[in-house]
Every structure is written in structure tokens, then in C-alpha cells.
Design a protein around this ligand. Structure first.
Ligand code: ADP
Ligand code: MG
Length: 475
């Protein structure tokens, strides 16, 4: 493993005119560019780069310095390589005054070589500089990556629970163990269809093996071999975010989960074959993936000694949520009320940030008042869950309905006896497996139960179920 110096984290770097223009040209060639205003919004740029709008404004203003990693991330989001003439570092050059826009800094030669993290292609990874908790998870993951040299690690859990952030933090911590690092999301901009697999392979090869000639069109098999060869030759770290996008049953259209013949299912299958090869193939690299659902190739291959591991990601702790919320205005509540709030939402930081905004806007920060209304499952939360659970089939919903109506976890036989006989045991088993694989039903215990938020959600859709919604076909 490589031992390289730690990168600088000082905020001293400013774009040169050349660097600024490079970014502008690259941005104007993307879908986020607005041809009427000849610009794009900070929000769209933030989504594309994973940098906050505040940081982006600072980069554009070119007055105050930013962390070099910010510039690297900005450039790599547009597939650009940050060169030494694209930025300038006043402190490094002993300059005391800030460069003026009227006197562009073109031509300033920066001789210091870039730090090693210039080899990271961050894609759409978020800016995780304000990060709370996850000490135990990071320690485990670091051990799996660095000591156990695992080939494939899956971070699994519900949407919004913090998988993407954890994967990004992990990369920040272990990147210097690797020669190249690439972070990519499999969720495409077009709904429900991933990037064409061949383009995806080209992109990976371009970053991991830049010496390869990308202009020669190769069959997919040859590209796969080239990728695997690269991963064998040098230690690379590859992060694949939102892997659920290529798994069966992730969209309403594929919700039948019965071997649908949609156009993109062949593409999805190629992605899944890549996962299988990444897990089984002999190589010295590490792949970290995040997914709302355990990919099937992993279910077959997981095992302590096989270099393939998965880590279920649970919510953040009360103290961590309190830290997150302390950046906002003050909240008032007793310790018991805080616990009730965080437990109910399962420590899900995304959902809790919606709750925080609601408590601030409607209850002036009073958790006590919010809880008094007894409306913890309000519309905005239900909409988030609806989007996340749009793939549920009728048997899935029936299982959730039964679990929601019981006070204690149910064994499989108890569940069976509470479900309509029209659902066969095979369909029931499959549905339960599916719900557990997606962390909707508690994964780790033999008995089945739902967390409080999902119990209330399930009660809502069992009350509104229409007779024509019921369809008990096998998957
Ligand atoms: N460890 C953390 N510290 C601070 N905020 C976090 C942390 N993890 C997640 N978040 C917040 O929760 C949101 C959702 O996290 P994310 O990693 O995108 O979830 P997932 O990938 O599981 O859907 C993030 O946008 C961030 O605001
Ligand atoms: Mg995510």
C-alpha cells in the first residue's frame, strides 16, 4: 500500500482567469447551462459538483481563498483536470495582497506539484466537511479497506440515512492508500435509466488508466477486461453510489420484479455483471458501493473470508442530530422529547432535516409544541417515503400493514397466519426477503418488525387501499 503525505487543508487557493474560463466553457456544454441567461444557477452547479452554493460563490468571486480540494472537486465534476496554471496560492507565493480581477493572474507559473488527491475524480460526491458521528462505522470500514484489503464493500440502508456521506468521508480518509480514486453515482439524470454501460466503462478507464487510448471503439467485453486489468495492476478505489438504480424492482415500471423486458434491463444486467466481476475477480483494488437494497450478486458471494462485506447503515444518534441542528436556531424540548423525536424518525438525517425546518417555521423551534400536535407523519414526510417506496407490490404492502397492526415483532409463522390465504407462502417469502433486503423490515433479527415511522406510513396506505390495487401475482 502506498504511504503518501497528507494533503493541505488550508483555504488559500484562488482560481486564475484561465481556470475560471475553463470552468465556464465546460459548464456551457452541459445540460445545466441556460442559453438565454448565458449562465447556470448556483443550485444547479451545487447539484452537479456536490459543493455548497456558498462555496461556489466564493470560488467564482476569486477574492478569498478556498481549499484546494474544492477546486479539484469542481474541476473533476466537469471531467477537467486541475492544472497548476488554473489556480494560485497567495500564501505559497509569499503574496500578501489578494489578486485583483482587473489584473488577471494568467501566466503565473506555479511550480509546486499538485497534492496526491489530484488523482481523485470526485464526480458528484457531496462536500462532507461538516460531518457528524459515524466513528464506529468509519473505524470498521477503514479496517476492512486497509487491513483486510476487501475487494467489495456495500453500505446498505434506507434513503436519506447517510450512506453517500459516509462513503465520501471514508474516501477522504483512505484515499492515500490508493493510486487512483474514482467516485461515481449510478443514478442518472434521466429518470429510471442508467448511463449507457459502455460510456460508463469508458469513463472509468479514462480516469483509472489515462494512458489507454479511448478513441478506439472496443467491444464491451474488451473494455471490461481492460478495467479488470487496471484494477489488478494498481490499487484503485472505486466508489459506486446509488447502486439500487441498476437493481430489479427499483422503479414503478420494473416493480413487477418478474424479469421485465424493458429496454434498459439489459443495460442493468451488464452493470450487475460488472459488480459480480468486481466482487469475484482477482484484483488489488477496492470497490465501495452504496445501495438501498443488497445487490443479488453480493447476497450470493458475501462471506467473512471472501473479501466481500456489507455494512447495514442505521440512523445517527441523538447527540449527533443535536449537533446537526445546533447550526440552526435554537430548539426547545426535554431530553425525553428529543429522544422520542429522533427514535420516531429512526435517526434519519434527511428526514430529520425536513422535521427541523417544520419545527422552526411552525413552532418557533419548540419540539414540545410539535409533539403535542400528534402529527409526526405529515405530508412532506409521507411524500419522501412515497418516492422511496414507489416500487412496493401489493404483497409487500400487506406484510407492512400486518406488521404495523401488531405491537410485537412477528415470526414467519405468525405473519403467515395474519396474511390473506390468497397470497401463497412462496410469494410471502419472496416479499419478506425483498423488504428485508431493502432495510424496510428490520434486517438483523429473525422476527419481523417495522420502525415507528414506517408503521405509521403503512397504516396510512392500508387505510386508503382500493380493491383494484390488490393483485397477488408472483414476482
Ligand atoms: N454524518 C453526517 N453528518 C452530517 N450530516 C449528514 C451525515 N450523514 C448524512 N447527513 C445529511 O443527511 C443527508 C442525507 O444523507 P445521504 O448520505 O445523502 O443519504 P443516503 O445516501 O443514505 O440517501 C445529507 O444530505 C446530509 O445533509
Ligand atoms: Mg445516497
Amino acid at each position: 500500500m502506498l504511504q503518501q503525505p497528507q494533503p493541505r487543508h488550508r483555504k488559500t487557493d484562488i482560481l486564475t482567469q484561465q481556470g475560471f474560463e475553463k470552468l465556464q466553457t465546460a459548464t456551457s456544454q452541459t445540460a445545466i447551462w441556460n442559453y438565454c441567461t448565458k449562465s447556470c444557477t448556483l443550485e444547479a452547479l451545487s447539484e452537479q459538483t456536490g459543493l455548497s452554493t456558498h462555496t461556489l460563490s466564493k470560488v467564482h468571486a476569486r477574492k478569498a481563498g478556498v481549499d484546494l480540494r474544492t477546486l479539484v472537486r469542481y474541476f473533476s465534476a466537469f471531467d477537467l483536470t486541475l492544472e497548476s496554471s488554473d489556480y494560485l496560492s497567495p500564501i505559497r507565493h509569499g503574496e500578501t495582497t489578494e489578486p485583483s480581477l482587473a489584473a488577471p493572474s494568467d501566466g503565473v507559473q506555479v511550480t509546486e506539484s499538485l497534492p496526491p488527491n489530484n488523482g481523485v475524480s470526485w464526480g458528484l460526491a457531496p462536500d462532507v466537511s461538516v460531518f457528524h458521528g459515524r466513528t464506529a462505522e468509519l473505524a470498521t470500514l477503514q479496517q476492512w479497506v486497509v487491513e483486510h484489503r476487501c475487494r467489495l464493500i456495500a453500505l446498505l440502508g434506507m434513503g436519506g440515512i447517510g450512506k453517500t456521506w459516509l462513503a465520501t468521508k471514508l474516501v477522504e480518509q483512505v484515499q492515500h492508500q490508493f493510486k487512483s480514486v474514482v467516485w461515481r453515482s449510478l443514478r442518472s439524470i434521466t429518470p429510471h435509466s442508467p448511463m449507457p454501460f459502455s460510456d460508463f466503462l469508458d469513463d472509468l478507464i479514462r480516469h483509472l488508466a489515462p494512458q489507454a487510448n479511448p478513441t478506439i471503439p472496443e467491444p464491451i467485453g474488451a473494455k471490461m477486461r481492460q478495467l479488470m486489468d487496471t484494477l489488478r495492476r494498481k490499487p484503485c478505489l472505486l466508489v459506486l453510489d446509488n447502486v439500487e438504480s441498476i437493481l430489479p424492482g427499483h422503479t414503478p415500471q420494473t416493480a413487477s420484479r418478474n424479469g421485465s423486458t424493458e429496454q434498459h434491463s439489459a443495460e442493468d444486467q451488464r452493470y450487475r455483471e460488472l459488480l459480480r466481476q468486481l466482487g469475484q475477480g482477482r484484483h488489488q483494488s477496492c470497490v465501495v458501493l452504496t445501495s438501498r437494497m443488497e445487490p443479488q450478486p453480493l447476497q450470493w458471494m458475501s462471506g467473512e473470508n471472501l473479501g466481500i462485506r456489507s455494512l447495514p447503515i442505521l440512523g445517527l444518534q441523538l447527540a449527533e442530530i443535536q449537533q446537526m441542528w445546533s447550526a440552526r436556531r435554537a430548539f426547545q424540548g426535554t431530553p425525553a422529547e428529543w429522544s422520542r423525536l429522533v427514535d420516531y424518525y429512526g435517526g434519519n438525517p434527511l428526514i430529520l432535516s425536513i422535521v427541523a425546518t417544520t419545527i422552526q417555521c411552525l413552532f418557533a423551534g419548540s419540539i414540545t409544541e410539535f409533539l403535542r400536535q400528534d402529527t409526526m407523519m405529515f405530508d412532506e414526510i409521507r411524500e419522501v417515503l412515497e418516492r422511496q417506496l414507489e416500487f412496493l407490490s401489493a404483497p409487500d404492502k400487506d406484510i407492512m400493514g400486518v406488521l404495523a397492526s401488531q405491537d410485537t415483532p412477528l415470526s414467519f409463522s405468525e405473519l403467515r397466519s395474519n396474511i390473506a390465504p390468497s397470497i401463497s407462502t412462496i410469494v410471502l417469502l419472496e416479499a419478506l426477503k425483498f423488504l428485508k433486503a431493502r432495510s424496510i423490515v428490520e434486517r438483523t433479527s429473525a422476527n419481523s418488525c417495522l420502525q415507528p415511522l414506517l408503521r405509521d406510513y403503512a397504516k396510512f396506505f392500508t387505510h386508503t387501499k382500493q380493491p383494484h390495487d390488490i393483485e397477488y401475482a408472483p414476482r
